[in-house]
Design a protein around this ligand. Sequence first.
Ligand SMILES: Nc1nc2c(ncn2[C@@H]2O[C@H](COP(=O)(O)O[C@H]3[C@@H](O)[C@H](n4cnc5c(=O)[nH]c(N)nc54)O[C@@H]3COP(=O)(O)O)[C@@H](O)[C@H]2O)c(=O)[nH]1
Length: 731
Amino acid sequence: MRKLRRHREAIIAGLTGVVLTLVLTFSLRFADNHTIRDQLDAELYALQFEIRRELQSHMFGFTWISRQGVNGPSWVDEGETITSYYRQFRHLYWLDTDGQIRSVYPAGTEHPVALPDEARYWLHKFNHGVRYLIAADGLSDHPADLLLVVPQREREPQGYYAGLLDTNRLLHLITGRHIVEGTQFQVVRQSDEEILFNHGRNDILREAWSVGRVFQLFGETWYLELWPTPARLQEMRSKLPLLILIAGLLVTALISFVLYLLGVSRVRERMLQEANRELYDEIEEREKVEQRVAYLAEHDPLTGLANRNAVIAHLKSELLRLREQRELIGVLLIDLDHFKEVNDTLGHNIGDALLKQAASRLSEIQTGRSLLARLGGDEFAILVGDVHEQSELEQLADEVIHILDTPFNVEGYEIFITGSIGIALTQTGEEDAEEMMRHADTALYRAKDKGRNIWHVYSQELHDELSERLDLSKKLRYAIEQNKLTVFYQPQVDMTTRKIIGVEALVRWIEDDGSMIGPDRFIPIAEDSGLIIPISEFVLQTACRQLARWRDLGFTDLRMSVNISGRLFQLPDLTEQILYAIRSAGIPTAFLELELTEQVLIENSSSHTQFMHDMRDNGITLAIDDFGVGYSSLSYLKHFPINALKIDRSFVKDLPDDKDDATITQTIVSLARNLDIGIVAEGVETEEQAEFLIERGCTIGQGFYYSRPLPADEITQLLTQPDGLIPVKIS
Ligand SMILES: Nc1nc2c(ncn2[C@@H]2O[C@H](COP(=O)(O)O[C@H]3[C@@H](O)[C@H](n4cnc5c(=O)[nH]c(N)nc54)O[C@@H]3COP(=O)(O)O)[C@@H](O)[C@H]2O)c(=O)[nH]1
């Protein structure tokens, strides 16, 4: 249907052309038929005229003879003369007034005596000087024959000149001379419809094409009829209608074809236009996408700030420019502290809104020579050009910390968030952009490491230190794989009796050359890298097995303390791991004590609380390590199942002289006694310290005064001392 509509013009033109051609062809054919009929009619008229003329000619001859005065039977003697001129007479007669045949030419011809009665009746009515033509019935066997009669009344003998006309022959002669080939001609007597003459016998077109004329012959009426044969008709036909038909159809086909082609080309043109439009749309769309991609390539979609790429590109060009001008350039890398918690607790929408607000605040402290960017996540950067002194960057960092200090109001939530900042300043002038970013990142790492909400400036020393850490981290991983770690044990002593009541398991890393790397160096690295998990597992299992061995030796009262790093709380199966170590070593849970830092309690997450209750439920005791150095929010002592406090050695170190430390120590001891929990003093190095502590009520101590951390076999030796008393070396 769509196709038909598309080529409507071609179809209309085709139909119109065919109709017009047919109408024109039929009109011409109609006119042609008319012309042919007229022509046939004219031919028939001409024939009729010829017949009449021939008859008149014969009559004229007859009349002329009658006027010559030759009449009576003697006139037939002139028959030869007459018939030589008028050859169509069969016989000549002289009739008397009664119609009796008195003489006949040629002589000897058989003939009736008189004319038939009907003819004779007519004879009596004929007048002198008039010529008559009557049917020759009774005189001739040929129905078409006519009898020409001229009355003679003026001379004697009176009578009639009569000539029997061979009409058939006459008609033959006429048609032979005048009729066109292929034309069929017929003479019919109307009275009895007898065919008197016909020329040609082809009746095919008679009904459709015959033309007729009525020819009056005295009492006789002839009907002359003429029609063509198919061949004659074909000749008569004009070629024009056929030519018009062919030409019309050809022209119509041509026009329709041209219109069809135009339609096709119009459709193609439209399709092309559509394709062009789609192409333009696509190009436009692509340009938009490219613009968007170009924008996104340099911008952060959330805040609209520049992104990392833009910072790097800008930094590169600034470094190039400033290198020539010998000026400095600085980078501040800002990381929002604990932003992940906002995301985790309040959802990403709030997190995003917070980032936008933070970006907006940071924009306020931008200067004309700086570029603020969001590098991703909660990390922002400020690129500062034309720096003269490091203090300018430090001042800017202070401003950042200050501006973040006010709580954010995000969708009804009041959110406190701080920022840690790493600062990098061009040192040699030869740094590249990536290097500057790395420096700022290193400084940021340190700022976070130092407790966050502070800034730190990158230095070569920091770089060296962190490189060493990285190096140590690699080595530590290798050491764990190669079983280079071992566990030492430091006795915990009842300071009043000097009896060893327990030991603390302390990990040691012994190098191939026998040198030792202290845990204070590698434990923080292990905590950062996650290596603390396999280390802790190793220490716990080793310590439990060692306690089992000592118990087998009979030291069944000995207790084992093991340090639990805060990082271990990320393990979902920490409780199971501890219970597994205890069970596989086959020791009672009551003899294992876990030392936790204050930080673990301060974080106060539900998983931490659950862990501590699980431990208590399984009979494992918990001690707070390094008590007093942290936030010392004492409320957790009430809420958590803590069994003992370990006074940090920093408070013990200057006892008994340092009044503050003495007061703190006294306070911690009182607190533990009031809460009815155990108390252990760490770092006891002198007898005075031990006495001071004993006097204040702290009877359990651990420190070099009694023993340094030792390998298990050396501890076994100590345990097997007489009375189990620990010998104290006084240096
Ligand atoms: N999570 C784990 N932490 C561990 C493990 N092993 C050790 N550590 C922690 O490493 C820090 C350093 O430990 P270390 O070098 O072993 O030092 C211990 C003692 O040697 C030291 N100490 C004991 N008495 C004295 C003393 O009189 N003077 C003095 N200067 N130092 C002394 O104290 C450390 C034990 O402290 P604490 O654990 O707080 O009781 C240290 O923080 C360890 O906790 C481990 O396996 N896992």
